[in-house]
Design a binder for this molecule. Structure first.
Ligand SMILES: O=C(O)CCC(=O)C(=O)O
Ligand SMILES: [Fe+2]
Length: 355
């Protein structure tokens, strides 16, 4: 298995052809550091201060305003930066340090954690296999593992180095789980539901909703206008939470254009994924996004996907949202079936992302 990190550190001037994206996909690709500057003047991903939601009922107005802004962001963009989310900057710094620490290990040590996708072992250290008909690869390596709930976690696949990795990641998972509940409550209220726990319950609740961590490692790339770190896609999750090492790269598709995410201090990026789009009957939008690379800086991002269990739950638009004028836009499916359909579309059609 070729690791992108090894390729990048071998000092090549031109990237191998498997990483060169097809012409039609190269439109508006570029160096992430330049693209983010150009995007300063354009439309921006909404920034939502969650403090308004925490206040006691004495301040209903702030609460309602917060719910309303999350609702608008989830409808119009499908993505937002959240601030005052409740996770300390200190803990976030630790998560960044242990994640970087893993990728800083010598390659032989990282390879001991290699996943085996052909055997169905998807957790561990990996690089993308060409799974689309255009056969192209992405400019990144990653580490993927389940982090919550603890009784479903397989500790044997977690990095044993850096030595604080496990402790830090467990604490982060616990604290992020609280933020997940908060966001799902706000989004339930935004749908006009009386029960703020409705969406979370529908996704499996505390016992069955899974948090999967994917640490993306994007090495420097000599030809960032020809490659992508992550190709355009929507996440299959209900919500995804993203941290990064303050190097730009994320772009979202908005109003028929790619918009670069700016660096917002102390924020976490939240994506609406397919599962929430389905439950909300399309009111909340699963955002199309991709990751650009750059020539100068290694980028690392930490994406946590909040997913329903594979087979236990049938994903379908919430009954409360359906009327004669607004019938269901999605057919019922398990999460496993949804994954299967998406994969099928990708391998049979072309790389064009599903909308
Ligand atoms: O690196 C990023 O900012 C986004 C990564 C991503 O979209 C993913 O892992 O699904
Ligand atoms: Fe994604």
């Amino acid at each position: 298995m070729v690791r992108v990190e090894s390729l990048a550190s071998s000092g090549l001037d031109a990237i191998p052809s498997e990483y060169v994206r097809p012409e039609c996909e190269r439109d508006h690709l570029g160096d992430a550091l330049e693209e983010v500057k150009k995007a300063e003047k354009g439309p921006q991903i909404p920034i939502i201060d969650l403090k308004g939601f925490d206040e006691e009922s004495s301040d209903d107005i702030k609460r309602i305003k917060c719910i309303e802004s999350v609702k608008i962001a989830a409808k119009e963009w499908g993505v937002m930066h959240i601030t005052n989310h409740g996770i300390s900057q200190e803990l976030i710094e630790k998560v960044r340090a242990v994640g970087k620490g893993f990728f800083d290990l010598p390659m032989e040590m990282k390879e001991q954690y290699a996943n085996d996708q052909s055997e169905g072992k998807i957790q561990g250290y990996g690089s993308k296999l060409a799974n689309n008909s255009c056969g192209k690869l992405e400019w990144e390596d990653y580490f993927f593992h389940l982090i919550f709930p603890s009784d479903k976690v397989d500790m044997s696949v977690w990095p044993k180095q850096p030595s604080e990795y496990i402790e830090v990641m467990q604490e982060f998972a616990r604290q992020l789980r609280v933020v997940v509940s908060k966001m799902l409550a706000i989004l339930s209220l935004g749908l006009g539901l009386k029960d703020e726990g409705k969406v979370e319950t529908e996704l499996g609740g505390m016992e069955d909703l899974l948090l999967q961590m994917k640490i993306n490692y994007y090495p420097k790339c000599p030809q960032p206008d020809l490659a992508v770190g992550v190709e355009a896609h929507t996440d299959v999750s209900a919500l995804s939470f993203i941290l990064h090492n303050n190097v730009p790269g994320l772009q979202v598709f908005y109003d028929d254009k790619w918009v670069s995410a700016q660096l917002v201090p102390d924020s976490i990026i939240v994506h609406v994924g397919d599962a929430l789009e389905i439950l909300s009957n399309g009111m909340y939008k699963s955002v199309l996004h991709r990751g650009l690379v750059n020539k100068e800086k290694v980028r690392i991002s930490w994406a946590v996907f909040c997913e329903p269990p594979k087979d236990k739950i049938l994903l379908r638009p919430l009954q409360e949202l359906l009327t004669n004028e607004k019938p269901a836009k999605f057919t019922p499916r398990t999460f496993a079936q949804h994954l299967q359909r998406k994969l099928f579309k990708k391998t049979t059609e072309d790389f064009t992302p599903e909308m």
